[in-house]
Design a protein around this ligand. Structure first.
Ligand SMILES: [Zn+2]
Length: 393
């Protein structure tokens, strides 16, 4: 006989997560109990502890609802499930990983309503937003959005895709995984078990003659070469890549075996970003910047901010002092001097120095502006590694 499951425990948990703005739910087996944690604004927090029995019941419900074989004990499994919550259809990605003390479940909330559709809401400075808008309207060269894991690259790329998606354009993406489905765009899911890796996905996409190709993300040499070559051949390419800053993205492309002439022929705009928590606007108080806040910037060669915000915590932010997140960006719209430097094989330190002479926004100058206007704090910059290693000291 099929076991009967009550949907309500999982449904309640998912509703609670959405209400709390959680992006992930973690259900961890402990020796004697289960621990339920929510990730909110990038930080994991314990929500509640369940008895071993309650935890197992919940895990079994989630497995049944996600269509995971109840007998799955040894292998990690990833499944997508759709729930109709409060009249809206919301996707979740359920990952089950067997651990020594029992199955661990992680649920990613893929709420389309949360995806930022407008470039103007990402936290870009005006000149940088205009640069990206210009790229989206002129479709000239390759735009490479870089940053560490969880730096908001996907949001930037999806906001650009929303700008690009219209009836007269043929937009294809090659992604792993496809997190959000966008109407009017052809999205290819990388599936290496069936022979579709990034390079193969890109090759197939180019045969379909797209107006714009999005690659999310470039992780290996073959995909890097395919993407850059597509751009050199005149295709419009939008791609994400893991990198510490804009200058080191050039080094990464070189390490993938690309030649300087290919890189300079392909690249149009380089973006690097971080995602930081915003100080709670309900309880933030502005004051003179402290010695520590001032020296954070001074030691890195920037002028110190005069003012900075602190947020003691209130009901609106659940006592945390932060609410929501925004991006810290550097945007390089490459010009003659940078192309020259790349062609001459100059290293990233030289490129960084060249670019610093110009009027580009750097991660640190953007961060400084956001500290001075009380958007975020120096503590948050340190937590998200917005301070770059070679500039410290
Ligand atoms: Zn508050």
């Amino acid at each position: 006989m099929e076991p009967e499951f009550d949907h309500s425990d999982e449904e309640r948990l998912l509703l609670e997560a959405i209400e709390a703005r959680a992006t992930d739910i973690h259900i961890d087996p402990l020796t004697e109990a289960y621990c339920v944690r929510f990730r909110i604004d990038g930080i994991l927090r314990v929500r509640r502890t369940l008895s071993r029995d309650e935890g197992e019941k919940l895990v079994n419900q989630i497995k049944a609802n996600a269509g995971i074989d109840p007998g799955t004990v040894f292998h990690p499994v990833g499944m997508r499930e759709k729930w109709n919550l409060r009249g809206e259809s919301i996707d979740f990605r359920v990952t089950l990983v067997p651990c020594v003390s029992g199955p661990k479940i992680a649920i990613r909330v893929l709420d389309l309503n949360r995806i930022e559709r407008r470039l103007s809401h990402l936290g870009l400075q005006d000149q940088d937003r205009e640069c990206l808008e210009r790229w989206a309207s002129e479709l000239n060269g390759m735009i490479l959005v870089t940053g560490p894991t969880a730096s908001g690259k996907t949001s930037t790329v999806y906001a650009l895709l929303h700008d690009l998606a219209n009836e007269s354009r043929h937009v294809i993406t090659v992604e792993d995984p496809v997190e959000y489905e966008i109407n009017g765009i052809n999205q290819i899911q990388v599936d290496e078990r069936h022979g579709v890796d990034f390079a193969e996905g890109i090759r197939a996409s180019l045969r379909l003659d797209p107006d714009c190709l999005m690659v999310g993300e470039i992780r290996e040499a073959e995909a890097a070469k395919q993407s850059v070559n597509a751009a050199v051949q005149g295709h419009v390419v939008l791609a994400t890549m893991h990198s510490r800053d804009a200058a080191s993205a050039i080094t990464r492309l070189r390490n993938f075996g690309l030649h300087d002439h290919q890189i300079s022929a392909a690249l149009g705009v380089l973006v690097n970003q971080r995602l930081v928590r915003k100080l709670c606007w309900e309880c933030v108080e502005m004051g003179d910047a402290t010695e520590k806040e001032r020296s954070f910037f001074e030691r890195r060669g920037l002028s110190a901010p005069e003012r900075a915000g602190t947020a003691p915590g209130c009901d609106a932010c659940d006592g945390v002092g932060y609410h929501g997140r925004t991006g810290i960006f550097e945007v390089w719209n490459l010009q003659e001097p940078e192309y020259d430097a790349i062609l001459k094989g100059k290293d990233e330190r030289y490129l960084r120095e060249e670019v610093d002479k110009e009027d580009y926004t750097s991660l640190l100058s953007d961060a400084r502006a956001k500290v001075e206007s009380g958007v975020t704090s120096v503590a948050e910059l340190i937590r998200t590694h917005t301070d770059l290693p070679w500039q410290a000291g």
